[in-house]
Write a protein that binds this ligand. Sequence first.
Ligand SMILES: CCCCC/C=C\C/C=C\C/C=C\CC/C=C/C(=O)SCCNC(=O)CCNC(=O)[C@H](O)C(C)(C)COP(=O)(O)OP(=O)(O)OC[C@H]1O[C@@H](n2cnc3c(N)ncnc32)[C@H](O)[C@@H]1OP(=O)(O)O
Ligand SMILES: Cc1cc2nc3c(=O)[nH]c(=O)nc-3n(C[C@H](O)[C@H](O)[C@H](O)COP(=O)(O)OP(=O)(O)OC[C@H]3O[C@@H](n4cnc5c(N)ncnc54)[C@H](O)[C@@H]3O)c2cc1C
Length: 627
Amino acid sequence: MDEQKVLSIKGLLDDTPEEYLSHKEKYENSIRKSVLFYKTLHSTEDENMSVDEKTKLNFRNIVTSAIFKDNSPFMLHNSMFIPTIMGQGTDEQREYWMKRAKNMEIIGTYAQTELGHGTFIRGLETQATYDPDTEEFVLHSPVLSSYKWWPGGLAHTANYCIVMARLYIKGKSHGIHPFMVQIRDEETHMPLPGIKLGEIGAKLGFNTVNNGFLGFENHRISRDRMLMKNAQVLKDGTFVAGSNSKLTYGTMVYVRVLIVSNMANMLAKAVTIALRYSAIRRQSQPKPDEPEPQILDYVTQQHKLFIAIASSHAFYMNAMWLWEIYYSVSLQLASGKLDNLPELHALACCLKPLSTIDATAMIEKCRLACGGHGYMLSANLAQTYGLATAAYTYEGENTVLLLQAARSLVKAWVGHVKGRPLKGTMAYLAGDSTVKAWDGSIDGIIQSFKVVAIRKISSVVKILQDYEKSGLSPEDAWNKASVFLTAASEAHGRAVLLSVYKSEMDKRAAVLSPPLRKVLLQLVDLYVTYWALEKVGDMLLYASITDKDVDELQRRYIELLAAIRPNAVGLVDAFDFRDEILNSTLGAYDGRAYERLMEEAMKSPLNAEPVNQTFHKYLKPFMRGKL
Ligand SMILES: CCCCC/C=C\C/C=C\C/C=C\CC/C=C/C(=O)SCCNC(=O)CCNC(=O)[C@H](O)C(C)(C)COP(=O)(O)OP(=O)(O)OC[C@H]1O[C@@H](n2cnc3c(N)ncnc32)[C@H](O)[C@@H]1OP(=O)(O)O
Ligand SMILES: Cc1cc2nc3c(=O)[nH]c(=O)nc-3n(C[C@H](O)[C@H](O)[C@H](O)COP(=O)(O)OP(=O)(O)OC[C@H]3O[C@@H](n4cnc5c(N)ncnc54)[C@H](O)[C@@H]3O)c2cc1C
């Protein structure tokens, strides 16, 4: 589709800045946009289209999905409802439900979290009790805390949802399983009998995703509505367990992998905005007889922003690498081979937290780097922060996931000490953890991060063992040591992020032009050097770095900032975000930030009249002492 058509869609959609809409209007506007984008996004290629037309169609699809995906009430339909049908449905269930879901004949969401439980899935209280007489499940929310709470699109958008509920057969619990539940009438959209639905209210961000609550009052669904790929309930109520109860958690692993790439994208958007603004903003006069410099020429500004470019690259490379692992493990699971699932789970439990922690912090740093104008909603930095920071919590709260990863690391280390071989991304734990002398090369620093991880894991295992020797239960010992268990997971995650970024760039370097290779490898060097300085305490403790080495690292870091400066704007332009996607007064490609700030300001409803009605109603009587 040509430029004008995409713009016209955008223009039609954004006649009113969302900031000035009510909570309800924001949702209604978002549905309008989502429907239009979805229609555009899914207009299919036909066979007699020219290559050029197909390319334009695909381009438009990328543009529209990138705009619509982050804050749409349809978000869960694509990112969890459909993947759950794919991952948890039998062949027949997939056949039936995928067609309806892909064609948007139905809109779904993923309802797992409850008012009383999010992390502790085994504590979920929504009941699915099998009735063999009618071959139905009775869904029931026994207490308020069992109401589903949070699912995106659940409040007023979805008419179906995957409900994660505790299965009971003849009074016995068989754990948490996925159920396909119609929640609204397909014609009237009214909630079905025995179903209570509503919206959970205004949030820090995601205010058009339509997060809702759902309560059941003995609502019946037929037996074939339990997604039965991984476990089955036969007509007579016989329960057939799956090969691994955690296979029902598969969608969460999938989304955690998605989130790493999403963080690359979010961070790229924020640093594009902040860096472009830093190139047009001039401020102060360090040299009396010279004009005000671009704030991008302040090294402190480069320090705030260039790491965000490198981090976006690092997250993207790690996401693509992790995606390959996810894909191959999924194929193995399909053939009943489960032994690589724990490693995939542990990796996702490291990379999802670290990418969200870093992206959230760096997006906020991008906002702060833009001074007052960064604080404007029209800059779109606050909203980007709101979207990113949610990922710290959803899909597994970061602390909890780091502790999950620690579980795998502790098991791997204890096994290693007993002579069990280590494999995959944990194989390095068997390496030599004594560092004779500091090696300041990129590979040398990455090796030091691995040594830090080995030493942190081994020392926290020692703490655990000492606590247990002192008589503490394993659970109490675990809780007491948990701060340093998360630190050990973070150290492992850092080592993975750094080594994968480097190795993935090395693979690509061979096909890059020399100038491009030079710039991209400078970003790798910057990323590794930045983190060595950020973690200098660990380097001093475990990696034999000396004060002289630190001094050298600091000088190298400063030189890298200077080397990257000439290409900085080109590097964010290379993310290739259209203005419609950045949606930012500060980040537009033409650099007309001041004009755009003024244009947006004039859209404020308050500017429709020179004197607001409160003057005559309140101010004037107040100032005249007549109120
Ligand atoms: C085009 C549009 C789409 C674009 C989208 C782009 C990007 C994505 C952006 C957004 C995503 C979309 C939407 C986001 C909306 C958010 C949705 C949600 O938040 S859904 C709800 C998510 N909730 C969770 O993640 C809950 C977190 N809790 C857990 O995962 C588990 O309960 C926990 C804490 C890991 C384990 O709890 P616990 O009870 O302590 O232990 P268990 O005994 O149950 O389990 C421990 C053993 O099981 C293994 N395990 C645990 N989880 C998994 C897993 N997922 N896979 C494999 N194995 C698992 C674990 O390793 C332990 O094994 P061992 O006993 O050590 O052998
Ligand atoms: C924007 C957004 C969208 C969401 N969308 C969905 C959705 O579509 N579908 C859905 O099902 N859910 C969704 N969620 C819910 C999300 O999955 C949960 O919020 C998340 O799993 C955390 O659970 P919780 O909120 O109950 O917090 P809790 O689990 O109560 O955690 C609260 C605090 O307690 C700590 N804590 C909890 N357990 C432990 C432990 N074992 N050890 C140490 N510390 C612990 C946590 O670290 C955290 O700091 C969404 C959430 C948000 C914010």
